[in-house]
Design a protein. Structure first.
Length: 293
């Protein structure tokens, strides 16, 4: 037998009709709002967005190495540039969705070692000294050996820098704290990788003159030293566009994108040189202010 149901009172009937008009509860007891399970699943999917950009950064480094094996140096340089862009978007998306996890930090560092350490080091060696004519001078074998050492120093400096960054994020670290929230201690790994990629993208053809090879090897040693140094490097966004209003920043970005598409070699070189010059001017002013000049 079916259990007897109590008839609804007038106030209960009014309350049920009021909820139905507002799209809330129906006769079956379901609410019109999403369930907690669906909310948690949506939140987990949103928190995966930064990881997707990190995986894209890792893929850019892998693609750059595979392009190197085919001798496509310019394509490898462009892949590293895509990795630099994805690395910046990774952090921006993580701040936007307000998510950060230990596995995300470690995954980002591992991806950076591949894209900004191993890939540019192989590119620097293959493009800079592999094409030198051994008959031009007796120094070519020594230049290649030094280039091999400089390339490994580049990878090691990138790994050490990323490890130091991860350690400084913990309160129990013995490392000195960062100089500021807007200033890096040492050249960032994406900037060092961009220096290699921009030069390759600008020149295209691999080096054949041994004197240029010597300068290239010296440059690699300088980049490796800057990465593990504590030279202040302000963040590029704050240094180059920090004084611009949001509207001017959007207009600059809108003009920069088509300029990079049509004149990527010149525009990217100009942006990189502008950032490096701005860093030197910033540090010079700080030294003068500290000296009381």
């Amino acid at each position: 037998m079916r259990p007897e149901t109590r008839p609804e009172t007038r106030p209960e009937l009014r309350q049920r009709l009021r909820r139905r008009r507002r799209g809330g509860a129906s006769d079956s007891g379901h609410t019109g709002q999403p369930r907690r399970g669906s909310r948690s699943r949506l939140r987990r999917r949103i928190h995966l967005l930064p990881h997707l950009f990190t995986i894209g950064n890792l893929f850019a480094g892998y693609f750059a190495i595979s392009a190197l094996l085919r001798g496509e140096f310019d394509l490898a340089a462009m892949a590293i540039g895509v990795g630099v862009a994805l690395d910046g978007l990774d952090g921006a998306v993580a701040r936007l969705v307000r998510t950060s996890s230990p596995i995300g930090v470690q995954l980002d560092s591992l991806a950076d070692v591949v894209t900004f350490g191993i890939a540019p080091a192989f590119l620097a060696f293959a493009w800079g000294v592999a094409g030198l004519d051994p008959l031009a001078t007796d120094y070519v074998p020594h230049i290649r050996r030094l280039a091999w050492i400089a390339s490994f120093a580049f990878v090691a400096a990138c790994a050490l820098r990323l490890a130091r960054f991860n350690v400084m994020t913990h309160d129990e670290s013995d490392e000195p704290p960062p100089l500021s929230r807007h200033i890096f201690a040492g050249m960032p790994a994406p900037t060092a990788a961009a220096c290699v990629a921009v030069v390759v993208h600008l020149v295209k053809a691999s080096l054949t003159v041994w004197q240029w090879g010597v300068l290239w090897v010296a440059g690699l040693f300088v980049l490796a030293g800057l990465m593990i140094s504590r030279v202040p490097f302000p963040k590029s966004k704050r240094l180059l566009a920090g004084r611009l209003s949001p509207r001017l920043q959007m207009l600059t970005l809108a003009l920069l994108l088509p300029a990079v598409y049509y004149y990527s070699e010149i525009v990217l070189t100009a942006v990189l040189l502008s950032y490096l010059i701005a860093v030197e001017v910033h540090n010079l002013r700080n030294r003068q202010a500290a000296a009381g000049v």
